[in-house]
Design a binder for this molecule. Structure first.
Ligand SMILES: Nc1ncnc2c1ncn2[C@@H]1O[C@H](COP(=O)(O)OP(=O)(O)OP(=O)(O)O)[C@@H](O)[C@H]1O
Length: 762
């Protein structure tokens, strides 16, 4: 213990030095007078950016900085930590090794049967900077040295962590990653990896550690292209948001499916029927046809005034123009110039025929210069432009979808009725131009907007050309900066030989292009922020949690954001509750990566004790006798209970009080959740006014009141489920599997099959 404490003291002293150095560097750079040149600013901004990131990583890594030690048979001896730190010696030898480095792998994988060269593995438990416990495992049977910390219970550290009171925030699991989880975390980043498993098997936490690992192993690429984590709702994102920063990774973008179309926030709620219709893959084709309908041919010719006499934009001209524009295969707005030019040609021909016709049937009198002049006058005529606008209007995604929802076509009547929304009519401007500003969007509208944006296209060629010119300029400047600063390269954090795998380094300037990219980032703050604002951003890797809930249309959107198909999808088809949810992985992935994706399964439930899992499994077996739940890793001896009560809210209040939550909302050890069907939420809330509730409840409060959808992915020490017969089966399964310690059910109506055997509460 003393030796380890001495080591930890040295480690924290080194951490403090490094942080002081980095902080001093930030202060120095910020205070430095620059000579006003762009180059000086680039240098300063880069130094501030990198040193600040270093400070953030060092601060994040502080808690539980070192948690393990590996002693190898060949004499090598390494401490393992949350981040890698090097000594201040000439070789910069490693003091503590990042858990993601290859050399740390035996910490997670070695067994007595396959010791991976290990003699001894030690778990070091700390509280703040103090060593509080050691657990040693001997992996080399020939080794007869004993430290006194050898115990047969190798799982003690894991069980202690699973038993600990919840805080309302997910924690990292670097100290206790299990072998089956480690293999998923370190799987190569190419392709689509589906992580499946029942409740509490660690799908979410594993996916987050995988993101941290991929950032470590592919830092350059993924920092620039950004890792996106998609989670079901804001409360869930709040619940998981500390995990990656605690591993030193801050550049990851988190979003709910309703936030994936920049500029739109989903605030309205669809009926289940509407969400289901909007989520169908067929909506892509329906919207395509609706866009085609906006490309019109007039029934009677449009009469266009012109100095040389009226022009007639008839069906023949419009039809030819439409054919030509569609033949470009460009999106609607980008094909518009082709339509306009053919209309102008048609109208010019009319003028030429009229003005230059030879009454005796000879060739037209007008020369090519005169014809060109006439064409110009037609093209510049506001009346012609208006006519083109009418037949091939410029459209926005918001305007198009609002118009479509106001009068949905190409759908059976019943489906159209489900999604129809009154047009936001503006008496001055008409409907479509302003509808977009007044419509409240739903989560299921977001993929429709994205589809519309694809169909319509955005004419950003000028913006792109300007961006490219700017990038070239920055590369030229960056080359100059490089020449000056390459000599000052230092690397404090590195565990692997490979340069690209460094954790962080102050001056990791490798080439001018990369430096220019950094500078580009500085202009717009971080890559993650730029990605969030860019609908066409191609992410380096996408993690989708609760992936079973996404509709076919939502998958189309996500796949567009991942052209390289580098994705980790986690979910559990048995927990599908969204009516538009895709459910089966085959169905989700077939259109994109048919046969070229990998599925792995996690089979151990770390959250829910056996006693609770048996109850949840009984409920599922009532509908599917072959249902196989994940196996719980522990049992608590505490049986779930049920209470029949005429006044359900009052009974909930009593149960909450028994959990130790006082009327002021304080007092409980850990966290308590009441999960109620939406229709009873208000009544229950009146009985437990101290419960935290809302769209984005603060889960760190002792007592929260949730509907089943909000409870997805979360966990609590104790859960009280209200009126279970009113839940859909998948929702009930989710609600019953949220507790780490205790589960109770309060009901006035019948209990659903599977719950009737619960012990009645006293
Ligand atoms: N190796 C581990 N060490 C410590 N805790 C773990 C480990 N694996 C999982 N856990 C814990 O188990 C709990 C459940 O994990 P997680 O939420 O990732 O499961 P899930 O499969 O996503 O569950 P669900 O589908 O029910 O939402 C979390 O508290 C997580 O920290």
């Amino acid at each position: 213990m003393r030796h380890e404490q001495e080591f930890i003291d040295v480690l924290y002293a080194r951490l403090a030095d490094l942080r002081a150095e980095a902080e001093a560097a930030v202060t120095r750079e910020l205070g430095r007078e620059d000579d006003g040149t762009r180059q000086a600013r680039v240098e300063r901004d880069i130094a501030v950016f990198e040193q600040s990131a270093l400070v953030a990583a060092l601060t994040a890594g502080e808690n539980g900085l070192c948690f393990g030690r590996l002693v190898f048979r060949d004499g090598a001896d390494h401490h393992i930590g949350r981040i890698g730190i090097r000594r201040d010696d000439a070789e910069h030898s490693p003091l503590v090794i990042d858990w993601r480095a290859e050399v740390a792998r035996p910490f997670y994988l070695a067994t007595g049967h396959t010791p991976m060269g290990l003699r001894r593995r030690r778990h070091i438990t700390t509280s703040g900077k103090r060593v509080t416990a050691l657990h040693d495992e001997i992996l080399d049977l020939a080794d007869d040295t004993r430290t006194g910390f050898e115990g047969s219970d190798a799982d003690a550290v894991l069980l202690a962590s699973l038993d600990a009171a919840r805080t309302g925030r997910m924690h990292d699991i670097v100290q206790t990653i299990q072998a089956e989880q480690d293999r998923i975390i370190r799987a190569p980043h190419r392709g689509v990896l589906v992580v499946e498993g029942g409740p509490g098997t660690g799908k979410t936490v594993v996916a987050l550690h995988r993101a941290a690992f991929l950032l470590y192993a592919n830092r350059e690429h993924l920092t620039r292209r950004v890792v996106l984590v998609v989670g079901p709702n804001p409360a869930f994102l709040g619940y998981i948001e500390d995990v990656l920063p605690s591993l030193g990774e801050t550049g990851v973008l988190f979003a709910t499916p309703g936030e994936l179309f920049p500029g739109v926030t989903a605030t309205a709620i669809d009926t289940p029927a509407a969400a289901e219709v909007k989520g169908r893959a067929a909506m892509a084709e329906v919207l395509g046809r609706f866009v085609a309908d906006q490309q019109r041919v007039p029934e009677t010719p449009l009469v266009i005034g012109h100095d040389d006499g009226d022009l007639f934009l008839d069906a023949a001209i419009a039809e030819a123009a439409r054919r030509k524009a569609r033949a470009t295969l460009l999106p609607h707005n980008l094909a518009r110039p082709a339509f306009a030019s053919r209309v102008i040609d048609g109208l010019t021909e009319q003028l030429v025929d009229r003005l230059g016709a030879d009454p005796y049937g000879g060739p037209n009198f007008l020369g090519s210069e005169e014809v060109a002049q006439l064409a110009m006058s037609v093209a510049e005529s506001p009346a012609v432009q208006l006519a083109v606008d009418e037949l091939w209007p410029r459209l926005t995604p918001q305007g198009l979808v609002a118009d479509y929802l106001a009068d949905p076509v190409y759908l059976p009547d019943e489906d159209a009725a489900a999604i129809r929304r009154p047009a936001a009519y503006d008496p001055v401007f008409g409907t479509s131009a302003t509808a977009e500003t007044t419509v409240e969007w739903t989560v299921a509208d977001v993929p429709l907007l994205d589809e519309a944006a694809e169909l319509l296209g955005e004419d950003d060629s000028l913006a792109r050309a300007a961006a490219e010119a700017e990038r070239r300029r920055q590369i030229a400047y960056a080359q100059g900066v490089l020449d000056l600063s390459y000599g000052s390269r230092t690397q404090e954090f590195e565990d692997r030989e490979d340069e690209d795998s460094e954790v962080l380094s102050a001056h990791d300037l490798v080439d001018a292009e990369r430096l220019a990219a950094r500078q580009e980032e500085l202009d717009f703050r971080t890559s993650a922020e730029r990605a969030a604002a860019d609908r066409t951003w191609a992410y380096g890797h996408i993690v989708v949690d609760e992936a079973q809930e996404l509709s076919a249309m939502a998958w189309r959107l996500l796949m567009r954001r991942s052209p390289t198909r580098s994705m980790t999808l986690v979910g559990d088809p048995a927990q599908t509750s969204e009516p538009g949810g895709c459910g089966s992985w085959d169905r989700i992935l077939m259109p994109y990566v048919e046969g070229r994706w990998e599925r792995v399964r996690l089979g151990v439930n770390y959250r829910t004790p056996t006693e609770i899992m048996e109850v949840a499994a009984d409920v599922m077996r009532a509908g599917d006798r072959a249902f196989e739940p994940p196996e719980s890793v522990r049992s608590t001896g505490v049986k779930p209970w049920s209470r029949h009560a005429a006044d359900v809210p009052a009974a909930v209040a009593q149960a909450v009080a028994r959990e130790g939550v006082g009327a002021d909302g304080g007092g409980a050890a850990g966290r308590v959740a009441v999960i109620s069907p939406p229709e009873f939420l208000d009544a229950v809330a009146a009985a437990v006014p101290h419960a935290e509730r809302g769209v984005e409840p603060d889960l760190t409060r002792p007592l929260v009141l949730l509907d089943p959808r909000q409870a997805k992915g979360l966990e609590f020490d104790s859960v009280i489920v209200v009126e279970p017969a009113a839940f859909a089966l998948a929702d009930l399964y989710v609600a019953l599997t949220r507790a780490t310690q205790r589960l109770g059910v309060v009901h006035a109506g019948e209990l659903p099959a599977g719950l009737t055997g619960l012990a009645p509460a006293s």
